[in-house]
Design a binder for this molecule. Structure first.
Ligand SMILES: [Zn+2]
Length: 298
């Protein structure tokens, strides 16, 4: 696959190779990360072709698609997930200004968030590319979950809320997805997009060892400035940015574990605390950010 030189966020062709990062999960291969000199957007410049991408998700360790609780890091991840479900619901309710409505969760995985929202009165449709994860979510939670192609059959202006929880950075055609968001979102609806923050303090700290690079599964490494430009190109306005505070600790622990350091959990929590304290009031440096976007008024 030809190396991508043009910035996917702002369209600038002024970019440079930044570093190589390693895939610690599946292949142990290295991938080149480029950065835009205009907006700071990063991207994985030489990812596998889309039809081979599924091979990079085969690892048992890809926890968003499985349910294992074997290591301490997995256990913490699952604890954090339960805590985060409530927080995500509060974000949706406050963004949309409704306690129930229609919700489309893109990249619904094993269906935990979709099920959580359905239980609280939302009409939820999950969209998930993995057959295993999608079938699991339907069998376990009895939610409605469909394949990505089926988004094209959804009626225009039908969704109060569309969510991408750490999903957009995985998608090969983000422009197509933003086009679909614009089409199926109600005029007063909101789209909520959670992304790792390439301009975060932990990204700066770990550089090419930052676990949230997660190459080659993560194709796009957004900064707040790059995301605002990207959304704007798709007639979407960024209304609000908030932080997901727990991700800092998870990503720090995982970064040390990937490096093969001893006691990664203790190191990760210590580094996380250090970075969190240093950046207490600097939200734009948080490990993960949640963007609330709406359709631009004509
Ligand atoms: Zn750019």
């Amino acid at each position: 696959m030809a190396e991508q030189l043009v910035c996917p966020a702002c369209g600038s062709s002024d970019s440079a190779g930044l570093f190589h990062a390693k895939d610690h999960l599946v292949s142990n291969s290295e991938f080149l990360v480029r950065r835009c000199n205009d907006c700071g957007m990063g991207w994985t410049a030489d990812p596998p072709p889309e039809e081979e991408a599924g091979n990079y998700y085969l690892s048992e360790e890809y926890i968003s698609h499985s349910d294992r609780k074997q290591s301490i890091a997995d256990y913490i991840y699952h604890l954090a997930r339960n805590f985060m479900l409530s927080r995500k619901r509060r974000l949706v309710v406050s963004a949309v200004g409704k306690k129930t409505g229609s919700l489309v969760d893109i990249g619904s995985g094993t269906g935990y968030f979709a099920a959580f929202m359905k239980k609280r009165g939302w009409q939820v449709t999950g969209i998930e590319i993995s057959d295993n994860a999608r079938e699991y979510s339907v069998a376990r939670f009895a939610i409605r979950a469909v394949t990505p192609a089926e988004i094209r059959e959804m009626p225009p202006g039908s969704a109060d809320c569309i969510t991408f929880w750490h999903v957009l950075e995985h998608l090969y055609d983000p422009d197509m997805w933003m086009g679909e968001v614009n089409r199926i979102l109600r005029d007063d609806g909101r789209c909520i997009i959670a992304l790792p923050n390439f301009a975060s303090a932990d990204s700066t700290w770990f550089r090419n060892r930052w676990a949230a690079l997660d190459v080659p599964r993560h194709l796009w490494h957004f900064t707040p400035a790059a995301f605002v430009r990207f959304a704007g190109r798709h007639e979407l306005a960024c209304e609000k940015i908030s932080a997901l505070p727990l991700d800092l600790f998870y990503i720090s622990c995982l970064s040390y574990r990937n490096e093969g350091k001893s006691i990664p959990l203790i190191r990760g929590v210590a580094t996380g605390l250090f970075i969190a304290l240093r950046n207490l009031f600097r939200k734009e440096q948080a490990s993960s950010l949640v963007y609330v976007v709406s359709k631009k008024k004509p």
